[in-house]
Design a protein. Sequence first.
Length: 418
Amino acid sequence: MIKNQGMLQHFKVLDLTGETGLICGKLLADLGADVIKIEPPAGDDARNIGPFYKNQPYPEASLFWLAYNTNKKSVTLNLEEPAGRALFLKLTKKADMVIESFAPGYLEKINLGYETLKQTKTDIIMVSITPYGQQGPYKDYLADDITAWAMGGYMYPFGDEDRPPIRISYHSQAFLHAGAEAAGAAALAIYHREMTGAGQHVDVSVQECVARVDMTHKWDMLGINLKRGEWLTKQVLKTRYIWPCKDGYIMWNYWIGPAAKLWGTAFSDWIIQEGFADEYYKQIKWAELDGSTEAGLRLIEEVIQRATAPTINFLMSHTKKELIAGALQRNLMLYPLSDTKDIVENAQLHARGFWKQVEHPGLNAEIIYPGAWAICAESPLQPPRRAPYIGEHNHEIYGTELGLTEKQLRQLKDEGII
């Protein structure tokens, strides 16, 4: 019996994406597709994105690159030259899909647009990932990740109410959303082709992908434009969600009214039992507080303000591990905020074999990677294989698969084509 190498094991993908869409090809490769990353002869620009292994900035040591190009192969190719474009069309004949993130119109300009590729391979699928899509008044606008995050609406609710909105992560959250959506759309296009025999051009807008995960449902369903630092009741009540503890932070908020009977009172009882409550705190009746009136809201704000110091003193006497254990015993909605060390040491992830050691001969190191993001019994996801070196598979792809001789490969390299 032939071992199943993944859901997409019979499909070949040509990956022309840059930072905007690298994760798309990675996800398809994780599903078993043969993904060939096509880079300029000097290497993809994304190889220059830090951080770098041991802070040594060079193209093969970009941790960003290593993370989002596992399980891919790499060939070098200069698409600006006619010979490079001719070689790309030869690759297209053997491929099922092309994924790209060039500016709208660029591939058409160099005669490698979807209509041209269709003439080479009638059922080819092309997936394009751009900031605002292939159509519309913004289609030619440039956007880095923070711009796309803001234009998609997801920056607005985050941050403190008295300060401007903030980006939630150092690295490309908007681009990652778009790349993941593009991978899902690519899988649907493959399914459609399996049913109909027809390829298609999939147009992915980063802005639209971000807008899909936005908090706009608050407006759609409730007519409320949720602002930074606000917690929604019938009126607006400001409360705290992130609290310090002995070895980091936890997420918790005080519950009032009927909800307190389920999730709040037991927390207060815990603080009282351990001796951290003052006399005022001991008298608080969380389940009787009512925020439906202005006077009620003012009282709740006063109560929470006076409860804050005992709460912090209690939390600072416990570790995250101790707090989550106590929360589980008391049916509390309290959660530790895991840092990188917590995640790497997490017992649940280890039980599922999530973390994998990957050898990097060029770095003389083993690096821990996230493994499969789903466990599929009949078509397992591929374990991470290190990201390729620049042009590492030129001989395999151009020589073995396309039949070019060593002399032809040397000539193409000397001419700056590969």
